[in-house]
Design a protein around this ligand. Structure first.
Ligand code: IMP
Ligand code: MG
Length: 181
């Protein structure tokens, strides 16, 4: 365990179980669909790579990059699309947006609507983590790994100021890490 970590919220075994359960559900629901896994950079990449290997279906992957956060732990409330999805076959695609975590709900509610308006055949969402107590806009993901309390977490793709994404577990940092910024 690295020195900045206070405690581990989800260990590697728990994350493996979560991704297996989600993959099974998705596999079941997307049997006769044209699945596109759409990862939201950068937070979803670790979760996405584990999840997609467990979904035994033909599918494609793609990415978008959005930002709603500044450098720290507070949202700015505004969604910016930094990397868009440039495809001309949207009307044929059943898009499953992959997120690391839902907090205010703004990112996924905005993106789901954006992709529907752009003409996607269907749009659903999967998130590894959900903090329902933090919602500012109404939003319920179609698939959710697990809900967590109102704590800022890092690891398994999630960052604090771009660090800690490569930890193989989801963890809470020591308070001094946030205070020193
Ligand atoms: P929302 O738009 O407020 O739902 O924010 C979702 C985004 O905020 C996620 O994709 C993360 O990048 C970021 N975020 C929210 N909570 C956390 C956290 O606890 N740790 C790391 N990133 C977080
Ligand atoms: Mg982030």
């Amino acid at each position: 365990m690295i020195k900045d970590v206070k405690s581990i919220l989800l260990n590697e075994k728990e994350l493996d179980e979560i991704t297996s359960t989600l993959a099974k559900k998705i596999e079941n629901d997307y049997q006769d669909k044209n699945l596109l896994l759409l990862g939201i950079l950068k937070g979803s990449v670790v979760f996405m790579s584990d999840l997609m290997k467990k979904i035994n279906l033909p599918m494609q992957i793609d990415f978008m990059k959005v930002s709603s956060y500044g450098a720290g732990t507070k949202t700015t409330g505004k969604i910016n699309i930094m990397l868009d999805l440039h495809r001309n076959d949207l009307s044929k695609l059943d898009i499953l947006i992959i997120e690391d975590i839902i907090d205010s709900g703004r990112t996924l509610s905005y993106l789901s609507e954006y992709l529907r308006l752009a003409g996607a055949k269907s749009v659903k969402t999967v998130t590894l983590l959900d903090k329902p107590s933090r919602r500012e806009v109404e939003f319920t993901p179609d698939y959710c790994g697990t809900t967590i309390p109102d704590e800022f977490v890092v690891g398994y793709g999630l960052d604090y100021a771009e660090n800690y994404r490569t930890l193989p577990y989801v963890a809470i940092l020591k308070p001094r890490v946030y205070k020193s910024k």
